[in-house]
Design a protein around this ligand. Structure first.
Ligand code: C2E
Ligand code: CA
Ligand code: CA
Length: 683
């Protein structure tokens, strides 16, 4: 095959000669080129060096050009030619036209494109790969540096993909990924802004429509689209997606920062229950740093004896008699005071620490329970990660043998995610545990998929109905009543017990008794208490507790674990906000505060509210606010206004900005250190 040819033009740029074979080819296609303007017949390929100007300009300069890629508009094969030209002048310096050569480089060009496509695209889905997406991010960063334009990155992680992969096999998993990619393509204006950057992680880079409203709408659309059912190899399957969003350059000026922050936003979306999106915020960075520090401390906590097991009674709804206890892990941190397991268990789960912790608490709980009289049971939480450890049955056996506790007095609390993530292995572990004779409880029922299917296939001894269901049970307009009725009916048909969790008010108790729920756990009967208190109080095993608490549950409560401040008299006390509603808060950290005490509660950032202690137990105080908080956008509450300096002066407080930069803390003028009114349990 011939590839090279010669050409020339006259002074007006008209083709005066082309090698015969090319001339014939063009003529055969019905388009003889001789006599036509070169610039009308050839177009510069975009991507070539001088692509900014059409060929006409290049020729008009009457200067030599080299290796410019062009296509002939009449070429039926649409080949790419690389063309060079040299101006011809006569002895007097008059321009006569161009001479030049052309060569067919289609094959070279295509393989170069294919190679660069291979390097930047994912062979499975045809979307960009990690490298291809990085190139987009770098382009976006350059663009924003040049024109201050913002851009956005959506990091998408599939939820429950692993389960499909494990149950239907890898080829099915691959097919599913291809379908996900196709759906992403449909949601986006152009699919080339999307990529698959790892197993089941996708990323979208956008350089337009980067206002938060459109981004939020797009993220939700992505989640909605991905969450529609799929058919793979004749099986129907459903997965979900979580999305983290960063907006550059505001959220990061380097690819590394952007990637890390997108990860943090995604992590927050997963933490919020998956199937949702979260925008990156700088708090997340602080929280991540905090997590890192806690993780380090947690490594030593066990050896330093900072961990302790507390026990919360489970009480028979009809008789008020204690039937058993749930073991709840407590961490007394040397500087930060008590840290909630809701905060540090996930950290332990991310590291391999959960195995050690889990084994320790099992042994401890079995030892404590073995000393209790009668039939009192102990329930221990087992995280899905512990459950996935094939050694779990052996660890349970060892704890039982070491303590001498009868197996049926030990109950393991597991969540349904064990089945979602664990597959066939989870079922095998389950069967082994049943053989050992321990009891199994399904924890947090009502928070996940709440599929009654698990109940039928897995031989649970108990269902624990989550607090979110219990909360509205006394509200006649809520559907929770009907749901709980159904759960209790099913449980009793399957021979299972029921426990309602997080019961806080008398009206809830009344409603749950009517619905025939067997056991009650919640602050209404007792907070979790130390092993010593249990040992001291159980007596001969018939421990009756009278429910004490508010007649009605007020407002929506959000469980939190945030360090805030409480101001009283001359003192600023660090406290931990345990839960928050529009009308009040539960704070922890001050010892034995009398009912009626007034505090300024400082949420940080000049957001304060005044409140009165209405309930006080040990280190926990229930504070009622003088004015209602409003809901913030993150599902929690905040004071309606930020406090102005004037208002501060009126309540006799000033702002101290010296404590920590960016953190304004109310201080009492002439505050005297020492002699605080209350003892604090936090350090
Ligand atoms: P969970 O298993 O759902 O435990 C019940 C949680 O509800 C406990 O929180 C308990 O203190 C709290 N609670 C009890 N009654 C009430 C009430 O009336 N109102 C409200 N608002 N809350 C109530 P805690 O102790 O902070 O533990 C949080 C979670 O941490 C537990 O949730 C459990 O998932 C995990 N956890 C605790 N200890 C362990 C452990 O030893 N191992 C594992 N793997 N997880 C643990
Ligand atoms: Ca539990
Ligand atoms: Ca629970």
């Amino acid at each position: 095959m011939r590839t090279n040819w010669f050409w020339s033009t006259d002074a007006d740029g008209r083709i005066s000669y082309v090698s015969e074979w090319v001339g014939n080819e063009f003529a055969a296609a019905g388009e003889p080129v001789t006599g036509k303007e070169l610039a009308a017949v050839f177009k510069i390929e975009s991507g070539a060096i001088e692509s900014a100007s059409p060929l006409g300009f290049l020729l008009a300069k009457q200067k030599a050009f080299r290796a410019v890629n062009m296509r002939c508009t009449h070429d039926p094969q649409a080949r790419i030619w690389t063309i060079s030209g040299t101006p011809q002048v006569d002895g007097a310096g008059n321009f006569l036209g161009f001479h030049g050569v052309g060569a067919d480089i289609t094959a070279v060009q295509e393989s170069a494109e294919a190679i660069s496509r291979l390097a930047s695209h994912d062979a499975l889905t045809g979307l960009r790969n990690r490298r291809g997406v990085s190139a987009l991010v770098e382009q976006a960063l350059l663009g924003s540096a040049r024109s201050e334009q913002s851009f956005a990155i959506l990091l998408i992680d599939l939820d429950r993909f692993k389960q499909v992969n494990d149950t239907l096999g890898h080829p099915a998993g691959d097919q599913l990924l291809v379908q996900v990619a196709a759906r992403l393509g449909r949601v986006l204006n152009h699919a080339d802004c999307a990529g698959r950057i790892g197993g089941d992680e996708f990323q979208i880079v956008l350089d337009e429509q980067t206002d938060r409203t459109s981004l939020a709408a797009l993220a939700d659309e992505v989640i909605r689209t991905i969450s529609q059912p799929y058919f793979v190899n004749g099986s129907r399957c459903v997965i979900g997606a979580s999305v983290g969003v960063v907006v550059g350059p505001h959220d990061g000026e380097t690819t590394e920062d952007l990637a890390r922050n997108a990860d943090l936003a995604l992590y927050a979306a997963k933490g919020a229950g998956r199937g949702c999106h979260r925008f990156f915020s700088h708090d997340m960075l602080e929280a991540a740093e905090d997590r890192r520090l806690l993780e380090q401390d947690l490594l030593d906590a066990l050896d330093r004896g900072e961990l302790e097991v507390n026990y919360q009674p489970l009480v028979n709804a009809k008789t008020n008699l204690v039937a058993g206890f749930e073991a709840l892990l407590r961490w007394n941190h040397p500087h930060r005071g008590r840290i909630s397991p809701a905060l540090f268990i996930p950290i332990a789960e991310e590291t391999s620490l959960i195995a050690r912790l889990g084994e320790w608490i099992l042994r401890q709980a079995c030892m404590d329970a073995a000393a209790w009289p009668g039939e009192l049971r102990v329930a221990v939480n087992v995280s899905p990660i512990q459950f996935a450890n094939p050694n779990l049955p052996q660890i349970v056996l060892n704890a039982l043998a070491h303590s001498g506790l009868r197996p049926d007095r030990l109950e393991l609390e597991i969540t349904e995610s064990v089945f979602i993530e664990g597959g066939a292995e989870a079922e095998a572990t389950f069967a082994t545990l049943k053989k050992i004779g321990v009891r199994l409880a399904l924890d947090d029922f009502g928070t996940g998929y709440s599929s009654l299917g698990y109940l039928k296939s897995a031989p649970f001894d108990k269902i624990k109905i989550d607090q979110s269901f219990v909360r509205a049970v006394a509200d006649p307009s809520s559907r929770n009543n009907a749901i709980i009725t159904a759960i209790v009916a099913l449980a009793s048909a399957l021979g299972m017990e029921t426990t309602a969790e997080g019961v806080e008010s008398l009206d809830q108790l009344e409603a749950l008794r009517k619905l025939d729920v067997g056991l009650i756990q919640g602050y209404l009967y007792s907070l979790p208490v130390s092993a010593e208190v249990v040992a001291r109080t159980v007596g001969d095993g018939s421990w009756e507790i009278q429910p004490i608490g508010p007649a009605k549950q007020r407002g929506n409560r959000v469980a939190t674990f945030r360090r805030i401040g409480a101001v009283h008299g001359d003192h600023y006390y660090p406290v931990i906000l345990r839960n928050l509603s529009a009308t009040g808060a539960l704070i922890e950290g001050l010892v034995d505060v009398p009912v009626g005490t007034r505090f300024v509660i400082d949420f940080g950032d000049r957001q304060w509210v005044i409140g009165t202690v209405r309930r006080s137990e040990g280190t926990h105080q229930g504070v009622e606010f003088d004015e209602l908080l409003v809901s913030d956008e993150q599902g929690s509450f905040r004071p309606r206004y930020r406090v102005s300096a004037l208002m501060l002066a009126q309540i006799g407080l000033a702002v101290d900005r010296s404590v920590e930069p960016g953190w304004e803390r109310p201080v009492v003028p002439n505050a005297r250190p020492g002699l605080p009114m209350f003892q604090t349990s936090l350090r």
